[in-house]
Design a protein around this ligand. Structure first.
Ligand code: 13P
Length: 251
């Protein structure tokens, strides 16, 4: 059975005190009987501290927002997967469209990052998604297939078990425009089909596929009730405890 997961990707927001307050506020109101996994993706700077705050909550995990493609060495300013793991990180987000666009990360770079993360016992939240013009030109399915194919399909079945996929149409990120639940379901169903063709039906059925892009308390329920949508990768709405909790409660 695949997991429902709600991830708060804080991006480059929140000072230290604000971060700790937000985590405490969310933890104090988490539903006790729910199976949903909740993941905080704060700045690297607070990851260790937040992992400590979350350590008593079995279904709460911590994610980095990025990792180096290198293992260790003279790479000033970089953060390795080994460092994330040793700071009690559980996940790392790889392939976010902001990293692809602003930091020119290619599918080949992502392969190196994914391999490094998995070798250091991190789970990977792999992001994919098309630009608006690609959707308008009806090339969005081919594009997402290529992203997944070039960055994930070299993995063994055992490694693929540690991958969560996040479909984030770029035109929906931070714009207030959400994909309709039908558009999102259509892409999620497609992603599950290509995973099934590569790794078999059982693996595909066990892979959590999250939606990201202007997900908020008003649209989360509609998205999460779609059969192939297993949760969300939340940006803006994860910065507010009440909104993030409302999304978590949407299952
Ligand atoms: P928003 O929820 O702010 O649109 O951001 C989505 C996102 O990029 C999460 O990774």
């Amino acid at each position: 059975m695949r997991k429902n997961i709600v991830v708060g990707n804080w991006k480059m927001n929140l000072k230290r005190e604000e971060s700790l307050e937000l985590v405490s506020a969310v933890l104090s109101k988490l539903p006790e009987d729910k199976n949903t996994e909740v993941v905080f993706a704060p700045s690297f700077l607070y990851l260790y501290k937040i992992a400590k705050l979350c350590s008593d909550f079995e279904r709460v995990k911590v994610s980095a927002q990025n990792c180096s493609k290198e293992g260790k060495g003279a790479f000033t300013g970089e953060i390795s997967s080994e460092m994330i793991e040793s700071s009690n990180g559980d996940y790392v987000i790889i392939g976010h469209s902001e990293r692809r666009e602003f930091f020119k990360e290619t599918n080949a770079d992502l392969v190196q990052k994914i391999n490094m993360a998995l070798a250091n016992n991190l789970k990977v939240i792999f992001c994919c998604g098309e630009r608006l013009n690609q959707r308008e030109e009806s090339t969005h399915f081919d594009w997402v297939k290529q992203q997944i194919n070039e960055s994930l399909f070299h993995l063994s079945v055992a490694d693929f078990n540690n991958i969560v996929i996040a479909y984030e149409p770029i035109w929906a990120i931070g714009t207030g425009i959400t994909a309709t639940s039908e558009q999102a379901q259509e892409m999620h169903g497609f992603i599950r089909t290509i995973i099934s063709e590569k790794f078999g039906n059982e693996i595909a059925e066990n892979t959590s596929i999250l939606y990201g892009g202007s997900c908020n308390p008003n649209n989360a329920k509609d998205l999460f009730t779609q059969k192939d949508i297993d949760g969300g990768l939340i940006g803006g709405a994860s910065l507010n405890a009440d909104d993030f909790l409302a999304i978590i409660h949407s299952f």
